[in-house]
Design a binder for this molecule. Sequence first.
Ligand SMILES: *Cc1c(COP(=O)(O)O)cnc(C)c1O
Length: 386
Amino acid sequence: MTIPFNKPYMTGKELSNIAQAHASGHLAGDGAFTKKCSAWLEQRIGTRKALLTHSCTAALEMAAILADIRPGDEVIMPSYTFVSTSNAFALRGAIPVFVDIRADTLNIDETKIEAAITPRTRAIVPVHYAGVSCEMDAIMEIAERHGLLVIEDAAQGIMSTYKGRPLGSIGHMAALSFHETKNIISGEGGALLINDERFVARAEIIREKGTNRSQFFRGQVDKYTWVDIGSSFLPGEIVAAFLWAQLEEATQINQRRLDIWNTYHASFAGLEAAGKVGRPSVPEDCVHNAHMYYLMFPDLQTRTAVIDRLKANGVQTVFHYIPLHSSPHGKQLGRAEGDMANTDRTGACLLRLPLWLGLEEELPAVIAEIVAAIDATQHDTAEVAA
Ligand SMILES: *Cc1c(COP(=O)(O)O)cnc(C)c1O
């Protein structure tokens, strides 16, 4: 058995869409497929404006420009996240301020945000880990009280909801990822979602190299020119054509992922009851998208032993982030606010299991291997202790 951690799923319609884009002769950005994808995102997520980008990283960079982040400004975020969450703001000269995560959802601990706010704080960036929502009501309330912007890093959050509201529709802005490791993919890809009307016009300009080209194409101005800073953040039509095949099947993809997730979850209930592993926890008012299935081990040694044994038996499992507050650049640039105990523990103890469409058939065998690996490892640990 050789089971990879991830295997990009394709619906089968990607190539015919690409052929259609090719035949149309429109290969640059903002053609027919881009329009279909943006309209789908606007409708399904309920966002004021969805702009496709070439990555979630690019969408976060656009958000940092739109938020007018300046050198010395502070941006509050979890340390347990991908580097792009932090880099997008660091590129504007901002200082990332890291706050610990909750022990249950592994999302930023909303009760610790307020202590991290200073007169230089400009924004809060909640990251919806594993597609499970942060406590958005509390976060939006804190932001409003302190006059801060909220930019959701919803890279993992497409199709998830918080109190019935789609992730990405709650903050002032949000960023999605269509990287091949996410639920809905285009190889590389992303989108900036804008919920606050104030940012819409400038977002189009920043995405089009600082020009008013979008207005020109709508006939709102008679020539286009340099009006602001910007860069080239838009994907070409080939990428959008691929993405459209995936968005059309998003509901089915989401359901199949949930089925795998639920099978894992039921299978590990006994191990959790026996105190051997921790399972993911989804708050009652959150509907998730099965972006990830993970287990928590008591310590780093046990996790390493489980990874090694599973690898030897053909099942690839992987840990996740090195917390940014303990990374070389994070230490140099950022500040950790308070105790980071849950972040450090998660960095050392969390293990992600294979979860991709097509895994269904092998799933019982994979689960049996994982259970056996956990049992064997506990044995080894007991022997070492004796
Ligand atoms: C995947 C991911 C990103 C980056 O997405 P790209 O599309 O690869 O740029 C950013 N933040 C989080 C939380 C992610 O999981």
